[in-house]
Design a protein around this ligand. Structure first.
Ligand code: ASP
Length: 366
């Protein structure tokens, strides 16, 4: 087919395709819009991601991993005897093993070039919780967090003790080089270079004030789930590139990065951890629902995220307002994600539907 006829056919095809594409897109809720009937939801961190610069292969791999996390998490949770904790643990394990996020295999490195990982998990019925911080040998920190919750009388184990506990519990340990790869090594070197400049008085004030650690496009991972009326939440991270050795962020801190209470909601956060600890962000969302009856999870999440943006951050952080995001699931299976950065990668699944993954929104939540 040639000439004008071909042009007409192409135009007709485009005319038909566009509404179809728009309709597909319209099926996705706008950022911040609540979604009903969700049994499991996940996030892969928030940040300043320019979708035009994302390598299509990487994009496809991330999409696939998030879909797998949702499908495998739901499968474990819906199996006979399965629980919402199983769903959260399994979804996070898949993301930890993918090497694509700042958690598990894909962790970032601290100032000394070491991986030190944090994770936590909580269930909303008895408010049982477990967490590990600064582990260096545990393949799946989320499993170690759950073991702390179920097999010890403690809530949080750190460093060598946490690694040892994981070993005693029969969890998989890996040599430290499991966590090393060209990507995190380059990120650390770039951060070192920036730091050198920072110490050099010839550089401008602006350049000298780098944040104490920098964050990636795809970052911390988290999950929230609901089965048989029991809410659960979990979060796992490698923290911030170039963080001081020994630094612990919000992800393993119950009430900061993770929280679950059956009467309110399950929450998993991502963002500059120091502020999430100081503002008890995950608990704050739950508390607003608990103490102001009638406040929905969506309203609570949105208020908290908007307030964080207005916080007067210290000069050392080199950012205006606290950047971050969170996912929240309530007792009615209603899921909401909210964030104040450019993007937050996330996904959700219902009892029998296909997984929905959102890598980019047209606009952040309003
Ligand atoms: N909240 C994590 C931390 O501060 C980082 C992140 O979510 O990107 O360790």
């Amino acid at each position: 087919m040639r000439g004008p006829r071909r042009i007409v056919v192409v135009l007709l095809a485009a005319g038909l395709a566009l509404p179809v594409l728009r309709a597909c897109r319209a099926a996705e809720p706008a950022a911040g819009e609540p979604v009903k009937d969700v049994v499991l939801a996940i996030h892969g961190g928030e940040g300043d991601l320019d979708q035009m610069k994302l390598d299509p292969k990487e994009r496809a791999a991330i999409q696939k991993t998030l879909e797998q996390a949702l499908e495998q998490g739901r499968k474990r949770m819906m199996a006979p005897g399965g629980t919402s904790l199983d769903g959260v643990e399994e979804a996070i394990r898949v993301m930890e093993d993918s090497g694509l996020f700042d958690a598990g295999k894909g962790t970032v490195l601290d100032h000394d070039g070491h991986a030190s990982l944090d994770a936590s998990i909580m269930e909303g019925k008895n408010r049982k919780a477990g967490a590990v911080a600064g582990v260096t040998l545990v393949k799946n920190p989320i499993r170690a967090a759950r073991a702390v919750m179920e097999k010890s009388r403690h809530v949080l184990l750190v460093g060598r003790g946490a690694d040892l506990f994981a070993l005693q519990q029969g969890l998989t340990l890996v040599p430290p080089d499991y966590f090393l790869n060209p990507t995190n090594w380059k990120e650390l070197q770039d951060a070192w270079k920036k730091e050198k400049k920072k110490d050099n008085p010839r550089f401008s004030k602006q350049t000298r004030h780098e944040p104490p650690g920098s964050r990636r496009k795809f970052g911390t991972v988290g999950a929230v789930a609901l089965k048989d009326g029991v809410l659960a939440a979990g979060t796992s991270t490698g923290g911030l590139t170039n963080k001081l050795p020994g630094r612990v962020g919000d992800s393993p801190i119950i009430g900061a990065g993770t929280y679950a209470e059956n009467a309110t909601c399950a929450v998993s956060c991502t963002g500059i951890g120091e502020y999430f600890i100081r503002y008890a962000v995950a608990y704050d969302v739950s508390a607003r629902m608990k103490y102001n009856k009638g406040v929905t999870a969506r309203q609570a999440a949105h208020e908290v995220i908007q307030e964080l943006k207005k916080v007067e951050t210290e000069e050392a952080y080199d950012v205006r307002g606290v950047e971050g995001g969170l996912i929240v699931l309530d007792q009615h299976h209603t899921f909401t994600a909210d964030y104040n950065a450019t993007q937050m990668t996330r996904g959700y699944i219902t009892n029998n539907g296909a997984p929905h993954v959102i890598l980019f929104d047209e606009a952040p939540p309003k």
